[in-house]
Design a protein around this ligand. Structure first.
Ligand SMILES: Nc1ncnc2c1ncn2[C@@H]1O[C@H](COP(=O)(O)OP(=O)(O)O)[C@@H](O)[C@H]1O
Ligand SMILES: [Mg+2]
Length: 247
């Protein structure tokens, strides 16, 4: 599922959080979006998914177009876009009162009107895929961070999206738990999903991303193959950011 971001600007008061951003991500591509804190990375992902409005430009997701100055909350186009792109957050956002299985069954039951049996079967398949069959009846509190994030991925996948937007989904995890989440993403990439990942995992970006895009002060300052951007960054701001990250 192709995403085209065409001159998108987003302001909070006088502050241009996104400043005429142009970015095209082809279907099946994996893009690692990196950049300093406050660069606008989360705002960009949220804009793609119709979770926040923007002031100028257009965003095309497949055949759907998000336009500026619309509240996208509850808007039919944004709803369609959210069906195509699941979003996963750093803090999991699982329903605490539902088991892993119930968390995954919830949207297919409520949004797709799947029968309980069908939704359960699909949820069990997804739990198997993320290696958590034995944790189906556990509540979020009983799961490790890595397990919670894998449930969150399975929950997003339950809507059969064409892509995922992942916002620093391993940042809250202990180092030894990051890899179990990253390897699930690599597995999904092989399915041809379009993945746009905000990440600080440079090793992962190098290994799994087709492209690395650097956002700073609301602007894309670098965009290219991982080896090019990570080993031979052109913009001084990228060099500075990477040297801080790797320090
Ligand atoms: N709801 C909001 N109101 C005002 N400013 C905001 C809001 N959300 C984000 N910002 C500001 O927008 C800028 C970009 O934020 P964000 O997209 O979260 O950056 P990043 O994810 O790259 O760290 C920051 O300066 C942040 O303070
Ligand atoms: Mg952020």
């Amino acid at each position: 599922m192709r995403v085209v971001i065409n001159g998108v600007t987003k302001r909070f008061g006088d502050h241009r959080v996104l400043d005429r951003v142009h970015l095209t991500v082809d279907g099946g591509q994996t893009v690692a979006l990196i950049g300093p804190s406050g660069a606008g990375k989360s705002t960009l992902l949220r804009s793609i998914n119709g979770l926040n409005r923007f002031d100028e430009g257009e965003i095309h997701v497949g055949s759907h177009t998000l336009l500026p100055n619309r509240s996208h909350h509850g808007c039919p186009v944004a709803r369609q876009v959210r069906r195509l792109f699941g979003m996963i957050f750093q803090d999991f956002q699982l329903f605490p009162h539902l088991t892993a299985l119930q968390n995954i069954m919830e949207a297919p039951r409520c949004v797709l009107n799947l029968s309980k049996d069908k939704a359960r079967r699909r949820a069990m398949e997804l739990l198997d895929r993320v290696g958590l069959t034995d944790r189906a009846t556990a509540y979020p509190l009983q799961l490790s961070g890595g397990q919670k994030q894998r449930v969150a991925i399975a929950r997003a996948m339950a809507m059969s999206p064409r892509g995922l937007l992942c916002d620093e989904i391993t940042s809250a995890l202990d180092p030894e738990l990051k890899n179990e989440v990253l390897s699930v993403l690599e597995d999904l990439k092989r399915d041809g999903l379009t993945l746009i990942l905000v990440t600080h995992e440079i090793g992962f970006a190098r290994r799994a991303a087709d492209r690395v895009v650097v956002l700073a002060d609301g602007k894309i300052i670098e965009d290219g193959a991982p080896t090019q951007v990570l080993d031979h960054p052109q913009a001084p701001r990228t060099q500075q950011f990477l040297s801080q990250l790797l320090a």
